[in-house]
Design a binder for this molecule. Structure first.
Ligand SMILES: *[C@@H]1O[C@H](CO)[C@@H](O)[C@H](O)[C@H]1NC(C)=O
Ligand SMILES: [Ca+2]
Ligand SMILES: [Ca+2]
Length: 350
């Protein structure tokens, strides 16, 4: 039980500035106070620890079963970035030598089921829920939701801010996740992802860790499995086929997200590193990198955007050739969208 107490205190410290609402802490604190009073006042009540463990047993059942399996990666030197950038303005280059200490990373994106367990226990309210809207790919909206839209994004008219879109309602109020509990959770901000990983006793991967994990031990290749997008004519990732944005043939089997682990793992045993959902990393965004060797780089000290990696089911070569390990993009940390999720990592030594 201790850990949820620490989690809440920690969360309050971290997020006081962005006013995260009730994380369940108030309830816990109130219980603590009452129990202490009881003990002093009457001296003959059940010990608080006992009550906690009863409650804990009910609430935490299956937590360890539900958290993602992690894969231990040995790190060492690797080549990060590329000298042949697909999208030069994204700061994909130059290619540089990076040393990483061993670390763990989750084998798949955090799923709706996992995020549901987390919110059940912590009562975490996501930023999309607090703001009351989130970005949804317009092609996925029902006619009813479409008729309520006020404005879109000028540079990317296929994105619409939809009232009532959040992780439980990925395409707005009339949608649900009931039939996709094993799909990546969407509409989570960087801060939401951070809080989940903390709760799991983990953390977000740095961009360097994420890219090392993506490359699966291969050097200077485009994709987690090599340079050929479709080896032997097979789809290796959930991407967008057809004419973007109007016509998605879903030749890979999925017009939206897919259940995690539907496509082949890379040589490290990691799934959906490219495609399916974009993934938040810990780093602030910058497009400037030196060629200098670095050890365990953590990105710039400050910034306004956070780095996301891997591309999504919406990526098509014609406009978003970002389903490559070196590719990268960014969002403000409070952003959320119908193609953006995350996975956690951890140090190899506690
Ligand atoms: C979360 O709580 C709901 C409502 O009690 C329950 O139906 C669901 O199974 C819980 N989810 C998890 C993952 O424990
Ligand atoms: Ca697809
Ligand atoms: Ca992914």
């Amino acid at each position: 039980m201790l850990f949820i107490y620490f989690y809440c205190v920690h969360q309050q410290d971290l997020y006081r500035t962005v006013l995260l609402p009730d994380c369940g802490c108030n309830t816990l604190h109130r219980h603590r106070a009452e129990e202490e009073e009881d003990e002093e006042g009457r001296g003959n009540v059940q010990h608080p620890a006992h009550k906690y463990s009863e409650r804990a047993n009910k609430e935490f059942v299956n937590k360890e079963d539900i958290l993602s399996k992690m894969v231990l990666l040995q790190g060492g030197w690797f080549l990060m970035g590329t000298d042949d950038p697909g999208i030069p303005q994204d700061g994909e280059g130059p290619q540089r030598r990076v040393w990483l200490d061993p670390f763990y990373i989750e084998e798949h994106e955090v799923t709706n089921l996992q995020f549901q367990l987390f919110t059940n226990i912590t009562h975490h309210v996501t930023e999309a829920e607090r703001f009351g809207d989130s970005f949804v790919f317009e092609g996925l909206l029902s006619e009813e939701v479409k008729s309520t839209l006020s404005h879109a994004v000028a540079a990317a008219p296929w994105w619409a801010p939809v009232k009532g879109a959040d992780w439980r309602h990925p395409e707005g109020p009339d949608s649900s996740i009931a039939h996709r509990m094993d799909h990546p959770v969407l509409h989570v901000s960087w801060a939401d992802a951070q809080v989940y990983c903390e709760w799991a006793g983990r953390r977000l991967p740095t961009e360097a860790e994420w890219e090392f994990a993506c490359r699966g031990g291969l050097q200077d290749r485009l994709y987690p499995w090599g340079n050929k997008l479709m080896p032997r004519g097979q789809h290796y990732a959930n991407l967008f086929q057809g004419e973007f944005p109007s016509h998605n043939t879903a030749e890979d089997g999925f017009a939206q997200t897919s259940p995690v682990k539907k496509f082949p793992a890379n040589a490290f045993g990691l799934y959906d590193m490219v495609g399916n959902a974009w993934e938040w990393t810990a780093d602030w965004w910058s497009v400037h990198h030196t060629r200098d060797n670095t050890h365990n780089p953590k990105g710039p000290e400050t910034g306004s955007d956070r780095v996301k990696k891997g591309g999504s089911y919406m990526c098509h070569k014609s406009y978003c050739y970002r389903y490559r390990c070196a590719a990268r993009s960014q969002n403000t940390p409070d952003s959320s969208a119908s193609n953006l999720g995350f996975r956690c990592a951890a140090d190899s030594t506690p």
